[in-house]
Design a protein around this ligand. Structure first.
Ligand SMILES: Cc1cc2nc3c(=O)[nH]c(=O)nc-3n(C[C@H](O)[C@H](O)[C@H](O)COP(=O)(O)OP(=O)(O)OC[C@H]3O[C@@H](n4cnc5c(N)ncnc54)[C@H](O)[C@@H]3O)c2cc1C
Length: 565
């Protein structure tokens, strides 16, 4: 199946038409009330984000590399997820010829999507872009598709299951980041203004719990990889309610697991990334399906610059060079026996699959590959529910705070490509999914509906007397992003392997953005940079990479400052 191109042209009826941005009841912030659609301008990352400037510098550095001495070396890349496509894009910029081999008939890997028999799009996952995604934002800019991101109000919105507003509808608790304050003060005020989820004594105890992070900085953050979020909370004397009210939702959204499993380093790292920049936690939706709206422009760029991208081309085996067996890759073999050869090779497959393709002899020779055995993808389920009428939702990502669900959004409101002013389409992430991944779609939808009766008390009911479910689609990903259990960060591999002409890209490889679209994009960029450095026997330093390392330290300090205040 090839995704078709997608155009957004539906007029916005008056009910959803953008309105003058007037301050809401809360005079400090601006956000649309439930039922109203409103996009916001792209944040000015060029001014507010130092990491955006570094991402920019990294792109420029890649372009300025001296061209390879002899022709364009060919790099064969397995996988057309964001990491594989990003590797290929930046290799083009560095003067190489990439050949991308994708196993499936669709681009995008974990951001892939396809159409059902009615033409409705089914996505592998509900995907949110953040202001704190500098390399992804830079990529949108380089591809000239920035207008495809629909920015929402600068808020984090949590459902309060079982609680209702004055009109009897689901109540939400908001963290709204005022635009007139710089980071980290906008985040601090957002937390201070919210008195529904945590009491003052709880906020203070949590702040005291974070004191060691404040005093010891990034080294402390990294050391917390030995503890789960729950263990850390207990050790620091933070009340259980902080975990129950905030961190269950956060852990499920960050890694599709509960806080008793998630490494505390992940939470502290995410806090760093979100708090260090004014628009770091600002969210955007892509305006349609990722394969057509994001991956196809990447493929066009690669092809225009001399590269190739092939679908339905699964790499079955890595061939080793006869003479230098464990040290040189000689080709990628496809199921029909074709061997695709190049000068260099990249795996941009997920960690669970690259483990199966790396030859045993290579594994025996190089202990570097042992670390891959420590990483494993986490199960997650993405659900689409189409209703016969419009539900009242907020034009934003919503944290469900319900036992089975993580986040959800009414895509008929939040995303132009799926716009429908008469009927809602909810996309929901079901996590943790370990106990559900083997169950039938019917069971999963039934369990989800049970949760929705509490989230939409006036609009959905078990007796079917209110809005009706017209159709559903369930996408199970048994192994998605690497599971960030305590102790796992040390096993994330560098993009450079000890095998002279073989590299890795993928969100699980070493980079500072965890298992995310930004992580995948940055991993590809770093992979391209390292290939360019090695091929041209370049012995200088990458200033951008030095800055990334510095940025990481600085991020630690910014979050510490935020916590301190
Ligand atoms: C439900 C869900 C929700 C998510 N939400 C968010 C979000 O809101 N924000 C965010 O930033 N991130 C989110 N993510 C994570 C994000 O999607 C991933 O981190 C990112 O897309 C991973 O990209 P990747 O290229 O590293 O891996 P992948 O996308 O897995 O790409 C790997 C590619 O390799 C291909 N492949 C596998 N085997 C072979 C082979 N033998 N030969 C050739 N090709 C092969 C695969 O088909 C695939 O296309 C979400 C993920 C899921 C599943």
């Amino acid at each position: 199946m090839h995704p078709t191109s997608f155009h957004v042209s539906a007029p916005i009826p008056p009910r959803f038409a953008p309105r003058r941005l007037v301050p809401s009841a809360n005079f400090l912030v601006d956000y649309p009330p439930p039922g109203e659609r409103r996009d916001y301008p792209r944040p000015n990352l060029e001014e507010t984000s130092s990491s955006f400037k570094i991402a920019e510098q990294l792109s420029e550095e890649i372009k300025k590399f001296p061209r390879p001495k002899e022709g364009k070396p060919t790099v064969v890349i397995a996988g057309a997820g964001l990491a594989g496509l990003s590797t290929a894009k930046y290799l083009c910029d560095a003067g190489f010829k990439p050949i991308v081999l994708e196993a499936r008939d669709v681009l995008g890997g974990k951001v892939s999507a396809w159409q059902d028999k009615d033409g409705d799009w089914i996505e592998t996952g509900l995907h949110i872009f953040f202001g704190a995604y500098p390399n992804m934002m830079r990529l949108f800019k380089e591809l000239k598709i920035e207008e495809r991101l629909q920015w929402k109000s600068h808020s984090m919105i949590f459902a309060m299951p079982g609680k209702q507003d004055a009109e009897g509808r689901q109540r939400f608790s908001r963290f709204d980041f005022p635009s007139f304050l710089p980071a980290p003060f906008n985040g601090i005020l957002a937390i201070l203004l919210n008195d529904e989820m945590l009491t003052w004594p709880e906020k203070i105890k949590f702040g005291i719990g974070l004191l060691p992070a404040i005093i010891q900085g990034q080294d402390y953050v990294e050391k917390q990889d030995s503890l789960s979020v729950k263990q850390w909370m207990k050790q620091q004397g933070v009340p259980d309610r902080v975990n129950d009210e905030v961190f269950i939702a956060m852990a499920k959204a960050l890694a599709f697991i509960d806080p008793d499993q998630l490494s505390m380093t992940i939470v502290l790292t995410a806090l760093n990334r979100f708090l260090q920049e004014k628009d770091g936690s600002k969210m955007a939706f892509l305006d349609g399906p990722p394969p057509t709206r994001l991956c196809e422009p990447m493929v066009e760029y690669i092809r225009q610059n001399g590269g190739e991208v092939h679908l339905n081309a699964p790499v079955r085996e890595m061939m080793l060079h006869r003479e230098f067996r464990e040290s040189v890759v000689d080709g990628f073999r496809l199921p029909n026996g074709t061997i695709v050869q190049g000068d260099l090779y990249v795996s941009a497959m997920p960690v669970d699959l690259v483990k199966k393709v790396i030859p045993k002899r290579m594994k025996e020779r190089w202990s570097y590959f042992d670390q891959l055995d420590e990483l494993e993808g986490v199960p997650v389920i993405n659900i689409h529910l189409w209703f016969d009428r419009k539900l009242t939702t907020v034009d934003h990502l919503l944290f469900s705070r319900s036992p089975l669900l993580s986040v959800y959004a009414d895509m008929s409101t939040t995303c132009k490509g799926y716009q429908d002013d008469e009927k809602s389409m909810l996309e929901l992430v079901f996590a943790p999914a370990k106990d559900w991944i083997g169950k039938s779609d019917e069971d999963i939808v039934a369990a989800t509906m049970e949760e929705l009766y509490r989230l939409f008390p006036t609009e959905l009911s078990a007796d079917g007397s209110k809005a009706k479910l017209v159709k559903s689609a369930v996408v199970k990903t048994p192994r998605s992003v690497y599971t960030p259990l305590p102790g796992k960060e040390a096993f994330r591999p560098d993009q450079r392997t000890p095998v002279g002409n073989f590299y890795l890209a993928g969100d699980y490889t070493k980079q500072i953005y965890l298992g995310s679209m930004e992580g995948a994009t940055l991993s590809g960029k770093l992979c391209a940079l390292k290939i360019a450095q090695d091929e041209q026997e370049w012995d200088g330093r990458s200033q951008a990479m030095d800055l990334i390392a510095e940025e990481e330290k600085r991020a630690g300090r910014a979050a510490e400052a935020a916590i301190k205040v």
